[in-house]
Design a protein around this ligand. Sequence first.
Ligand SMILES: Cc1cc2nc3c(=O)[nH]c(=O)nc-3n(C[C@H](O)[C@H](O)[C@H](O)COP(=O)(O)OP(=O)(O)OC[C@H]3O[C@@H](n4cnc5c(N)ncnc54)[C@H](O)[C@@H]3O)c2cc1C
Length: 351
Amino acid sequence: MKPNKFFLSRTIKMVIQKDVQLKPFNTFGIEAFANYFVEVSSVEELKNILSNPDLAPMQKLILGGGSNMLLTQDFQGLVIKMNIKGISIIKEDNEHVWVRAGAGVVWHEFVCFCVENQYAGVENLSLIPGTVGAAPMQNIGAYGVEIKDTFDSLECLEIASGNIQAFDNITCRFGYRESIFKHEAKNRYIILNVTFRLNKKHQLQTAYGAIQETLTTMGISEPSIKDVSNAVIAIRQSKLPNPAEIGNAGSFFKNPEISKKQFEGLKNHYPTIPSYPIDEDTVKVPAGWLIEQAGWKGSRFGNVGVHAKQALVLVNYGGGKGNEIKELSQKIQASIQEKFGILLSAEVNFI
Ligand SMILES: Cc1cc2nc3c(=O)[nH]c(=O)nc-3n(C[C@H](O)[C@H](O)[C@H](O)COP(=O)(O)OP(=O)(O)OC[C@H]3O[C@@H](n4cnc5c(N)ncnc54)[C@H](O)[C@@H]3O)c2cc1C
């Protein structure tokens, strides 16, 4: 029998594993195998992998917390699990502090660091699953805040050249759940660390969703950064299915942005359709509302389905296949297109 583990380098003790089950590494809990798998804890280790003649030609999948991906097949190549840790203060002035975190830092741990130190700006993003390194990929956002609001810069390694490059807020081309890393730069870079510019003075955002209401229920009239974080945590825990209990990747689709003209036409047919203004000509419509109206909420097909309380969340009840969830998502897309003339696009990355 062949060994299913080998050392790439005896000096830095990096273990390459063969035929690794990825079920524990994705929040959908999908079973899929990776030909090869390695956990990387430093830039030096990453460079060793990329320059290794056996590993360099392999297809690569960069893995954070696996909370925004749908594995539709076994991965024929090398999975690189980002485990580069560390949070440090780069510089500060009277108003701001620049904090750098390694790509493998758990996002919520980074938020907790900021909250504990009274650095404002990411408290509304409390409890989003995943890693710091994946956060810029889709400009993670929640409760009226996106990381682009506090993002300063990131360092990444270009896979083809092994060179380290920096991207700032402009060159990342952030948009709603978008960045350059989902388009022109897709699969070209490995994000190593991200630097955020946080506020020393409180600039709390409590207007969005149920934050203010929750703070009132908590009996808080002058909230601290920690209070806002606690309110967001409470709301998320009450609303979102926990992946540890039921496999999911949060919102499966993005909220579509449509023209005001199309929206007015829809409003004639569906007077209760909700919307959020984007600019003079465009509005955003909640995808969850559309999916619910089309009758999908709570529907189940074997081991996969649409969550009973959150129509935007597709779930794996256990033993579901990535392709079953993909097919379900395509059926939902087709039905929303037919009923409302709106094409939903996936937020989740298909692998
Ligand atoms: C219950 C639940 C709630 C959620 N709520 C929200 C929410 O409120 N807002 C929101 O925006 N998202 C939300 N998400 C989605 C998800 O948490 C975020 O997108 C998160 O940033 C994904 O991080 P990850 O480390 O798990 O990424 P992964 O799923 O591991 O990877 C996602 C993508 O990024 C790539 N990638 C990962 N790390 C790196 C790196 N270091 N360098 C280059 N590429 C990399 C991967 O190859 C993949 O293409 C939710 C998910 C769940 C399960």
